[in-house]
Design a protein around this ligand. Structure first.
Ligand SMILES: Cc1ncc(COP(=O)(O)O)c(C=O)c1O
Ligand SMILES: N[C@@H](CCOP(=O)(O)O)C(=O)O
Length: 508
């Protein structure tokens, strides 16, 4: 029997009893803020119980991204209630917060406020994203928020992987994929869909009829789930035969209108941009800077989980390149508001088969060429023309950052090694771990450096490539760390022979 058949034979048994659903239900307690007077002194400090803030003290707006990156004041800005994705010159936008208003509260205030909300069910602050509402979307009414209590994900001490393979004892994996739809996209999507929910309730001459995205599988999963929860139509453009089965079934099950298009992700992205400029369908890709407001909370959460100690390195796999900027923005905001003194060095890790940022970095940031991405096991980052290229370059330049790449064999081996130490990561996390391995080998990351690898999706979305690897059925790949199941007949003696053999090998 071939190894893959053996895997199939081990798959699900229809007679296995289904365990009852867990008891626990999130209780939605709608707690309205009470208006109090604005602070009279320039800063609040050291409250043991954070004081309530006045309503509408904080605000945010869209500004051209280049006004932020070049630090030039601009008169161009847009309300977050406008449907706008590009500046007047066609450049990217960014969400700019009223930092002066936020600074009226000191660092201790924000730390205690954020800490006071962790692990609670109080709506909407039990969400890791909305626990930082004042820094994310300060003006939205809590009743308009669409949340699955995303965020607050495990920051896992990768003790065995770090010590065994890298001689590191301060290696951590931020499991952003252990989330409602199994990826970090939930962090951004709760913000975007909440804003759409609000906009649809407002009177407008052209009401939004739905929300659309191009996707390599995770954005579409998150969009469809949050839209379904709020009863908002979602439309997803997927590159045909280029995403995993688990990712494909997510928007289908959540009732999205799914178009499987005979192109790649970059082709889908071009099409959804054209469609959303013609129809009142709101664009949900990270070109829309609202998404990054949610995603940046993962960075704030990492600092909070380390009790506001700053790690030396944070490694993020990159595709459309919104997330690397979101991490930068989250760290930078904590520095600007005095919660930390510095920010970590960022590493963006790309698959060698889809590496336009890596090539740009290697050219000394001289020449950027969008490319046609080739097939990669890290299918969610098979992107050749990333929309957030300018944001990524800014983030990397301002964090003394590095870009690394991983071949198919390297990323699959890294994933297998990590899994063998008790993780169950996605191939994109394998790309990030490869970057770490290379930077450790070259000595750039030192054994004692506190390093966080961002795991972006749940490994269960990518089981087929793991099966292929452990079956050693990948062309031109040694699959060095494959753990192939052993076929044994139904016989006690045969099983004892196999077991004894196994135990002998382990002992030696
Ligand atoms: C699992 C996974 N990891 C990493 C990424 C890369 O994120 P970004 O597109 O923001 O660079 C994506 C999406 O692109 C993804 O779905
Ligand atoms: N990996 C993404 C690609 C699109 O990225 P986005 O952040 O711009 O939506 C996906 O899952 O679709």
């Amino acid at each position: 029997m071939a190894a893959s058949q053996l895997f199939n034979s081990l798959l699900c048994n229809p007679n296995t009893p289904i365990s009852p659903p867990p008891h626990h239900q999130l209780r939605r307690t709608t707690i309205k803020c009470t208006t109090t007077s604005p602070p009279s002194s320039s800063t609040f400090n050291t409250p043991s119980v954070p004081p309530r803030q006045p309503l509408n003290l904080f605000s945010a707006k869209y500004v051209p991204f280049n006004s932020i990156s070049s630090n030039t004041p601009t008169s161009e800005s847009y309300s977050l209630d406008e449907v706008v994705y590009r500046s007047s010159s066609g450049g990217l936008l960014d969400v700019q917060h009223d930092v002066a208003a936020l600074k009226q509260f000191d660092a201790h205030y924000w730390k205690s406020l954020f800490d006071s909300r962790v692990g609670k069910t109080t709506w909407p602050y039990g969400s890791g994203v909305w626990s930082k509402k004042e820094w994310v979307l300060p003006e939205i009414d809590s009743d308009d928020i669409v949340s699955a209590f995303e965020g607050n994900t495990n920051l896992f001490w990768a003790e065995r992987f770090g010590k065994k393979y890298l001689e590191m004892n301060d290696l951590w994996v931020k499991h952003c994929g252990i989330s409602h739809t199994g990826s970090f996209k939930d962090l951004g999507m709760t913000v975007l869909v909440s804003q759409v929910n609000k906009l649809r309730k407002m009177k407008s001459s052209t009401p939004l009829v739905g929300v659309g995205c191009a996707s390599t599988g995770d954005t579409s999963a998150a969009l469809s789930a949050y839209c379904a929860a709020a009863n908002i139509p979602s439309i997803v453009f997927l590159p045909a035969n280029k995403i995993s089965m688990a990712q494909l079934v997510q928007p289908i099950a959540n009732g999205a209108f799914v178009l499987s298009i005979d192109t790649d992700f970059d082709g889908c992205m071009r099409l959804i941009r054209e469609v959303t400029s013609e129809l009142p369908i709101y664009l949900a890709n990270s070109l829309n800077s609202l998404r990054l407001e949610g995603q940046k909370t993962a960075a704030i959460e990492i600092l909070q989980q380390f009790d506001w100690e700053v790690p030396d390195w944070v490694i993020v796999p990159g595709g459309n390149l919104g997330n690397i900027y979101a991490f930068y923005k989250g760290f930078k905001m904590c520095q600007e508001l005095g919660l930390v003194d510095e920010i970590p060095r960022l590493v963006c890790a790309q698959a060698a088969n889809a590496n336009p940022l890596y090539l740009y970095y290697k050219s000394g940031w001289n020449e950027f060429h969008p490319s046609k991405a080739s097939k990669t096991f890290a299918s969610a980052i098979q992107i050749g023309d990333p929309v957030s290229i300018d944001r990524a370059v800014f983030a990397l330049k301002n964090s003394n950052g590095i870009v690394e790449e991983a071949t198919e064999e390297e990323l699959m081996d890294a994933m297998a090694l990590a899994d063998s130490t008790g993780m169950f990561i996605c191939p994109h996390t394998g790309v990030a771990l490869t970057a770490l391995i290379k930077l450790r080998k070259s000595g750039i990351i030192r054994p004692t450096d506190r390093t966080v690898v961002v795991s972006t999706a749940h490994g269960l979305k990518f089981t087929q490539c793991k099966i292929d690897y452990h079956s050693k059925e990948i062309k031109d790949m040694a699959c060095r760390f494959a753990n192939t199941p052993v076929q044994v007949k139904d016989d006690f003696g045969a099983i004892m022979d196999v077991l004894n053999n196994y135990l002998d090998t382990r002992a030696s």
